[in-house]
Each structure stands twice: as C-alpha cells, then as structure tokens.
Design a protein around this ligand. Structure first.
Ligand code: NAI
Length: 343
C-alpha cells in the first residue's frame, strides 16, 4: 500500500497523494448509502457524479421515495449492506446503535468498510463493528445541502477524517479515495486528520458551549434591553433577525475570527475588545472545561441516552419553556410581517 504523499501537510490533506491508482479500485467497489437524509442524499449524489457505483439502503419512507426519484436503486438496509463493499452509515446518531444490531451487523462480513459521518457512536462504543471490518470516519464540517451545493459549484468542503479500525491495511486508502469522490479535495476543501474522540469532543462542545450560551445570552440581552425601553423589534433585528450575524459568521470563515473586526467601525472594535472579555470569566472557563470532561468520560452521552429511554421529558419541557418567553411571541409577530419561513 503506497503512502499518502505530495502536497499534504501532516494533518491537513488536500489531495489523494499516492493513492491515485488505488482510487480506481475503490471507484469500482459497490457502495451503499444507508440513510438518504441531510448527509445521505448529498453524499450519494456527489459519489455518483464522481463515477462511483452507489445504491441506497433505506426503510420504506419518504426518504426512500426521494432516492428513487433521484434515480437510485433503493433496497432494504440488510440487502444493501449484503451487496456492498463500503457502507456509509448516514442515519441519525440516536438510532444508529439499534439499526446497526438489527440490520447492519448481520450483513457485515470480512473486508467490508463502514463509514461514519460523526465520531459519537463508535467513540462511546454504542456501535462496535466486528474486528475484521474497516471502520473510517468522514465527518463533513458542513450541513447536508452544503455538501451537495459546493460539489455542484466545483468546490470542495472541509471534513474531519479518521481510521478507527484498519482490518486489512486498506482503510486509509479507502478513506482518502472516498474523500476524493465526495469532492472534499476540490478547491477550498481539505480532509483534516482527526479521531473519533476528537470529532465527538469538538462537535458536542460546540453545542454545549457557545451555541447553547448564545441562545440564552440573547434572551438575557432581550430582557435587559427591553426593560430599558428598547422595542422587541429593534432587539430581535439587532441580534439575529437582520442577518448581520450570518454576515459576521461568513466574514469569520473568510477572513478569520479577529481579522474580521476590520469590517466593523472602530467604535465597535473598541467595544468588542474591551467589553467582550468581561463575559468570559474564570467560572465560564471552568464550566467549559468541566463540560468537556463530561463529554470525554461519557457522562453526557449516558445522560442523553437515559433521557431518550425515559421518553425525552427534559427535552420536551425545555422546548416548552423556551417557547413561553415573550421574545418568542414578538419574534413570531415580526417574522410573520416579514414573511419569514415557518410563520
Ligand atoms: P437525517 O436525520 O437526515 O437522516 C434521515 C435518514 O435516516 C432517512 O433516510 C431516514 O429514512 C433514516 N432513518 C431515520 N430513522 C431511522 C430508523 N429508525 N431506522 C432506519 N433508518 C432511519 O440524518 P443526518 O442529519 O444526515 O445525519 C446522518 C449522520 O451524519 C449522523 O451521523 C450525523 O451526526 C452526521 N452529520 C450530519 C450533519 C448534518 O448536516 N445534519 C453534518 C455532519 C455530520
């Protein structure tokens, strides 16, 4: 097996390197995409357009219908896995463990390869494929439709990649060949060497820290600003309703986290740099660290599993409570006038 060389740094891979000949072998393999949702549809279409031989394994639901309409051969999951050399496991993380035991494990055999798009189930051992199967991860840092959109525009996208089990010495080559087929190595894209552990940590820590904190900080901002006489409309548009937040995120992506400050006024730059740190106290750092540990030691995963088996009461209650805040009603009113989605 040739090594992966040529134009790649240790961690950031931007090409197939020496696997070009091997790529042709992988291209001739039989591939099944289990799950035709956000990621499944985009990845299936990209691979097919790159010349791969793709079938879809799905339960008989509306997603299967979409796959048929897109011109794929659709079959039951067990049959699709039996027929295939490479299995993309692209159903929601919450149901992967049970579907793996009922429909995938019985059809797996020596030399097959299973591809995850997230680290979660393999890292925690909720899904543990037999040792004679290759296990790889190609986790796009991009939402499903984006994976297709950039491919159609001839561009690449970033993904975290890892080999979990190399059963027959081919796992790395298969992984990089699939990255090539998915369009990852096109302009603007790259595969970053990672691990199932790292992907799980950074993915969950994002959700548990700034993504969650932003929601509640916005709520607190709303409470304070309206108590001081600001109108709900002004606050909602200022925080996220105008789309400026999305533009800032886009500038961070294109220019860098702090370099995008150049696009703001100097008053804004001064305010952000002197007042921003006030909110990131030692307590906040401590919480961030403790929550990261709870991700790594499986405490959060056990809590979430327990929540699911006991009927999702906490999630339901939290969603209900979040919808009872006055900001929700004001947002609905404003969004209806603006003709926004979902209203
Ligand atoms: P999704 O929610 O879009 O999956 C829908 C598909 O799962 C459908 O084909 C449906 O038939 C199938 N499905 C649902 N429940 C099922 C069950 N009980 N038994 C059998 N099939 C079932 O999933 P999504 O969002 O594409 O996620 C797939 C994987 O990709 C996950 O591992 C996720 O962490 C990962 N991922 C998702 C991203 C996203 O943009 N949503 C981004 C990066 C990774």
């Amino acid at each position: 097996m040739p090594g992966n060389e040529g134009g790649n740094s240790d961690r950031i891979l931007t090409s197939l390197g020496n696997y070009r000949d091997f790529y042709e072998q992988v291209k001739a393999s039989r591939i099944c995409i289990v799950g035709y949702g956000n990621q499944g549809r985009s990845q299936a279409l990209n691979l097919r357009d790159s010349g791969f031989n793709v079938v879809v394994g799905n339960i008989d639901d509306s997603y299967a219908e979409i796959a048929r309409k897109d011109g794929f051969r659709v079959m039951g999951i067990q049959d699709a896995v039996k027929l295939s050399d490479i299995i993309f496991f692209l159903i929601p993380d919450e149901v992967q463990a049970s579907v793996f035991e009922s429909d995938i494990r019985p059809s797996l055999s020596k030399g097959k390869t299973i591809v995850f798009a997230s680290g979660y189930n393999y890292f925690y051992g909720f899904v543990s494929p037999p040792p004679d199967v290759n296990v790889i991860m190609i986790a796009p840092r991009m939402i499903g439709w984006g994976v297709r959109d950039v491919y159609v525009r001839g561009m690449g996208f970033p993904a975290l990649v890892a080999v979990g089990q190399d059963a027959d010495g081919r796992a790395e080559g298969i992984m990089l060949s699939l990255c090539e087929g998915l369009g990852i190595f096109r302009s603007g894209g790259c595969a970053v060497r990672s691990s199932f552990r790292e992907e799980t940590l950074v993915d969950l820590l994002t959700e548990h820290s700034w993504a969650g904190a932003m929601l509640f900080l916005f709520r607190a901002y709303y409470d304070v600003a309206t108590s001081l006489g600001a109108s709900p409309e002004a606050v909602i548009l200022e925080l996220y309703g105008s789309g400026e937040l999305a533009e800032i995120a886009e500038s961070m992506r294109n220019m860098g986290l702090f370099k995008q400050l150049r696009t703001h006024s100097t008053t804004s730059q001064y305010g952000q740099l002197t007042r921003g740190p006030l909110y990131v106290t030692d307590d906040v750092r401590k919480t961030l660290y403790n929550e990261a540990i709870k991700i790594l030691n499986g405490e959060f995963a056990r809590e979430w599993h327990q929540e699911q088996v006991s009927g999702g009461t906490v999630l339901r209650m939290s969603l209900r409570l979040s919808s009872e805040h006055p900001m929700e009603r004001e947002e609905e009113r404003l969004y209806r006038i603006l003709g926004r989605e979902g209203n």
